[in-house]
Design a protein. Structure first.
Length: 308
């Protein structure tokens, strides 16, 4: 049986919010079987839980933002959850409480690798219940102009992403990438890819309350021609691979690992959220599945994650 997983013990980190610039304390805590991933705004009194779901995503400008209505605090929001969600999906974490002391998850180094390190530093434990998968049965596609995202049946979990930014530094790298959980390591191939942005957009974004905490230490930054980070890129296709990283996190907001093939062109947080909503709305297009060792499909064990 492929079992549910949580962290062995609590672990803490501190950082700043990419868009808010606010100092943030983060604490990952073990959670019981069947809890799912639950963010908690620990800075509020009393603290407010924000369980993940596609419907809880209310803002997708530059990040995926969760929102709940609270009787005492009104609208409670938590922004930039996608990098941590990506790391949890990549490591096969099913149940976790995530305490956050501000309205945004800390950006740390701009990738998911710091979150992977946090989880691995305390270890992962299997729990006494089967892991539940969402298995795609029929193709679902959403479009917005020349942007598209699609989920289709597949014996495992594979992501294929193509980008087109029309920027010299990006055009010189891989424009199309693929990642299959059965064939490659999430921590080695995906997690290190950093978020990126353009100097020409910084003034506009900061004027609208975004990118307040962004700098060369937590993002790839470009002028009109080149990458400004002295160390350059971590991997040759870092731009496209970061879009895969984001997609893994956005899709995991559905509340369970997906068995299917994701194919996207120029997709972002908004289109990814529309895709998982569209999947859930068509009950004949998916099913819940659990697997014992004899019946598991190709890739299901990899989606279980490696114990660390």
């Amino acid at each position: 049986m492929i079992r549910q997983r949580t962290v062995r013990s609590l672990v803490r980190a501190t950082g700043v919010g990419l868009h808010s610039g606010t100092p943030v304390e983060l604490c990952l805590r073990p959670a019981p079987v069947g809890t799912g991933i639950v963010f908690v705004r620990s800075d509020l009194d009393p603290p407010v839980p924000l369980p993940v779901s596609p419907q809880a995503v209310t803002d997708t400008r530059m990040a995926s933002t969760l929102m709940v209505q609270d009787a005492r605090h009104g609208e409670v929001r938590l922004a930039t959850v996608e990098h941590l969600m990506s790391a949890l999906a990549g490591l096969g974490i099913d149940n976790l409480f995530v305490d956050v002391s501000a309205p945004e998850v800390p950006i740390l180094d701009g990738s998911a690798s710091s979150f992977v390190y946090l989880v691995r530093s305390v270890g992962i434990v299997e729990q006494a219940a089967p892991k539940r998968f969402i298995r795609v049965l029929d193709t679902i596609e959403v479009n917005e102009g020349d942007k598209s995202a699609r989920l289709e049946p597949y014996d495992g979990f594979r992501l294929e992403f193509s980008i087109d930014f029309g920027h010299p530094a990006i055009d010189a790298t891989g424009q199309s990438v693929a990642f299959d959980f059965a064939e490659h390591s999430y921590a080695r191939v995906v997690a290190r890819a950093r978020t990126f942005g353009f100097m020409r957009d910084v003034e506009f974004l900061r004027g609208h309350g975004l990118a307040q905490g962004g700098h060369l230490g937590n993002a790839i930054v470009m002028d009109d021609y080149r990458v400004l980070n002295e160390e350059g890129l971590r991997i040759d296709d870092e731009f496209a691979m970061h879009k895969v990283l984001d997609a893994i996190g956005d899709l995991y907001l559905i509340g369970a690992p997906i068995l299917g093939r994701y194919v996207a062109h120029k997709s972002g947080h908004g289109l990814n959220n529309r895709l998982i909503r569209a999947l859930l709305e068509q009950s004949e297009a998916w099913e819940w599945r659990v697997f014992d060792d004899a019946a598991r499909p190709r890739g299901a064990r990899a989606l279980g994650g490696r114990l660390a």
